[in-house]
Ligand binder design. Structure first.
Ligand SMILES: [Ca+2]
Ligand SMILES: [Ca+2]
Length: 247
């Protein structure tokens, strides 16, 4: 026990040390409460966080949540990066950091009939003749509607490898590379198509693309966010969908 380390130096240092440990423990517990969120954790107590049923800026995040996270309750986009506080919190991004979310991991899909989007996913492997197969997976729904990225998923294909000579065969529709030898970059294309009702506001859905070896082991994984954008709009100009009641 750390307290024992200072016991030889007298009672006063021991008390100070223990009080400090108790303070830090309490502070850490408070932080865990504040940042519990869409993983199903409890809301912070009202007396710690402020109003829990008022959403002054209408972004979907209650004033109490905004204050407990150091966000502006009167501004839907605290860091002015075009992504609402509620969207960033729900996706696990940092609503106080303009460089978050990572723009390299966003896929934009227009909310218009026949609209399509795609992303190239490249993952390196070091093969010894094995089979590698890609797989799309929607992450659990964190935005307050009934959709996931899977609702817009239109298929994925294996498109090529670098160097191509180190792959025996490519099976595009099966998302599979057969007989991979040595250090090789495997490239897949993941496609989305818009379908469903027009909501006229931005929303975002996370998804994973994973690479499995033939023994079932996942050897690569990338996380992206599909951002559905009103026709002709974009982040920074269009309004983000909120939540009612606020979270
Ligand atoms: Ca709010
Ligand atoms: Ca933001």
């Amino acid at each position: 026990m750390p307290c024992g380390v200072v016991r030889r130096r007298g009672v006063a240092p021991l008390v100070v040390w223990c009080v400090a440990l108790a303070f830090l423990s309490t502070a850490a517990a408070g932080c865990r409460r504040s940042f519990s969120g869409f993983d199903g954790g409890p809301r912070p107590p009202a007396e710690d966080a402020g109003p829990t049923d008022v959403d002054t800026d209408g972004d979907g995040l209650c004033d109490g949540q905004e204050l407990s996270r150091g966000l502006r309750a009167d501004n839907a986009d605290t860091d002015a990066d075009g992504y609402s506080d509620f969207a960033e919190v729900s996706l696990g991004d940092d609503p106080t950091l303009p460089s978050s979310p990572d723009r390299e991991r966003l896929v934009f899909l227009s909310e218009a009939s026949m609209a399509a989007a795609e992303v190239a996913v490249a993952m390196p492997v070091f093969g010894a003749g094995e089979v590698y197969q890609g797989a799309f997976q929607s992450l659990s729904q964190v935005y307050p509607d009934d959709q996931t990225a899977g609702a817009y998923f239109a298929g994925a294909t294996a498109v090529g490898a670098t160097p191509g000579t180190q792959v025996f065969r490519v099976e595009p529709e099966a998302q599979r590379f057969v007989g991979v030898q040595g250090r090789t970059l495997l490239v897949f294309r993941v496609r989305f198509a818009y379908q469903g009702p027009v909501r006229g506001c931005l929303r975002a859905y996370p998804f994973l693309y994973s690479l499995k070896r033939e023994d079932g082991r996942i050897v690569g994984q990338r996380r992206y966010t599909l951002v559905v954008v009103p026709d002709g709009g974009r982040p920074g100009e269009s309004t983000w969908c909120g939540a009612s009641p606020c979270w």
